[in-house]
Ligand binder design. Sequence first.
Ligand code: C2E
Ligand code: MG
Ligand code: MG
Length: 645
Amino acid sequence: MTTPTSNGRVLIIDSTPAVHDQFRAALSMQIDRAGPGRSDPPASGRRHTDAITAPVSFVVESATERHQALTMVADTLESNEPYAVAFVEMGESPWAEGIETVRQLWEIDPDVQVVACASSGDQPWNTIVGALGRSDRLLLLRKPFDADGVWQLARTLSHKWSLARQASIEMEELSRHAQASTAKLEEQIRLRAEIEEELRHLAYHDPVTGLPNRTYLYDRIEQCIQRSLRTPGYRYAVLYLDLDNFKLINDTMGHDRGDRLLQDVAQRLRNCMRSLDAIAKIEEDVAARVGGDEFIVLLEGIRNPSDCLRVAERFIEILSRPFRIDGKELIICASIGVATSDREYLRAQDVLRDADTAMYRAKSLGKARYAIFDPEMHSAAKRRLEIESRLREAVGKQHMRLFYQPIVNVRTQELIGFEALFRCTLPGLDMNPQEIINVAEETGLILPIGNWVFRRACRDLRQWRTQYSHAQHLRMNVNISRRELAAERLVENARNAMADNHIPSELITVEVTESGIIQDADGALARLRELRDLGVQLHMDDFGTGYSSLACLHNYPLDGVKIDRAFTATMISDQRYIAVVKAIVTLCQALNMRITVEGIETPEQLELVDSLGCDSAQGYMFAKPMSAEDVVLLLEQTPDLRLAA
Ligand code: C2E
Ligand code: MG
Ligand code: MG
């Protein structure tokens, strides 16, 4: 339904029908008077109003009494053909009738233009203004009417009505437009805010675990530093958590499961932080993931300095509980480094560096531990980095060699073989070999090193066997670390090294540590079985220093154990150790395993292990690790293979 904007509809309300006729006559004279209306200049500027012209003909309707008139007004309004102008007879002075009619008329249609028709000499104009108020919808017409005047009035007022009507339609349209644009704009603003929020979240959070990331943490630590500089007594601490063996799990079980494990770790951290109130008084805490398997917990507003240690202990305990991924139980644990505001830091990066350094110290102390930063650690961390870079160089330039330590039969003291021990010959890398091996293990350099060791050991053994007939039965022990055990190429490399050097596999013994077998038990076990299928013997190295109990021994495909030299050293002075070794020997004999004792330095120790029933021994008492050339000399000098103890 369209709304008319140009309207020549006129209503006459007058009790005298003859008056109606007079109006009709006056308003039907449209043709003569149409001219000026048509040549009127268009109303200024606006497109819609340009189209509106004053009517040149009128539709005239009439009513003789108020009720009839009001009904007509209501009906025409409803049918969307409202009157533009109403000529209303004011009646007898003081025009109460007419005034009431006008009032009711406007109640129904407030837009209708009213011409109040009164006899000349009646009430003054202000009587009507007083009753109805000043209005631009109201004009007074005094009788007797002039036909031209009536026509002109009707034309002008209906034009005015049309313009007002058009204006209101445009206003409505405008406001609809404005509303639509505003809604659109609001939607755009909302979307933009959402995107910005999302971007902010992405910028500050880790996508895998949903925890805050390093950037976020950095800001928070900076804030803590500022606050600690302003507020005496304000304390904070940073706990740097590194998951021990996570890389191994990731490598062997796949990244999907690795991610799930990280998510579970993150969840445990969150849960744990929620329950910290019970053990520590801390204003606020936040956990973030800052690297593959590295998390950081920031404790703000610590009230009791030792609280952060209790928190560290709690984290270690909570992360040591087994995880379950795809029905598989996984054991990981965390090493934690702690740096506290006691050192009055000025930069977040320094706090993180020190916490990281302390974390490395914790790891080197044996994992599943925490360590608090102290400045001496700086030099240790620097040293570790130095070793790493020198070791890379050594591997690249093949500055590597093997030393061989004789292994003898305890009873006959006859040489039965050697243990191959890795050495670096690059100047500056003359430190404890164990330290070098640890760095190699952490950095993955152990893989090329291990491969080289296996080959070189086989090559040297081949040479001795070729050169000396009494060397035919000599065995070779090679150490394999945890990381090597996880590498799929291990077995193939071993097979090739033996085949290329014509070494029967039963002459080779692989030494693995307890931790190597126990952590990621399944992957390691599978690899051990494959090695054993090659015909290689398997010995558990450093037995007694790790976690496994005697009862677990039969779970692994082992041919023997090597009792750690820490046992040997204390056996003489502490009788209890004798009992332990006795138990080990009994069990190993029952399981048909050989027992080698490491670190024999004195005849008493040798006598003791002999009396306990151990099979073979190794130690400075017989020989220190020696170069391949020295092995040749030794073989040369001992055709009966009996080493002088
Ligand atoms: P391990 O396998 O337990 O090797 C025995 C270590 O005990 C050797 O230390 C050896 O020199 C030392 N030792 C032997 N007899 C005595 C003794 O009577 N007294 C004392 N105090 N020490 C004795 P080394 O050569 O420093 O090697 C340390 C560790 O480094 C080895 O312990 C082994 O775990 C690791 N390692 C050495 N070479 C390799 C390698 O090629 N691959 C791997 N994965 N690890 C290696
Ligand atoms: Mg060993
Ligand atoms: Mg050992």
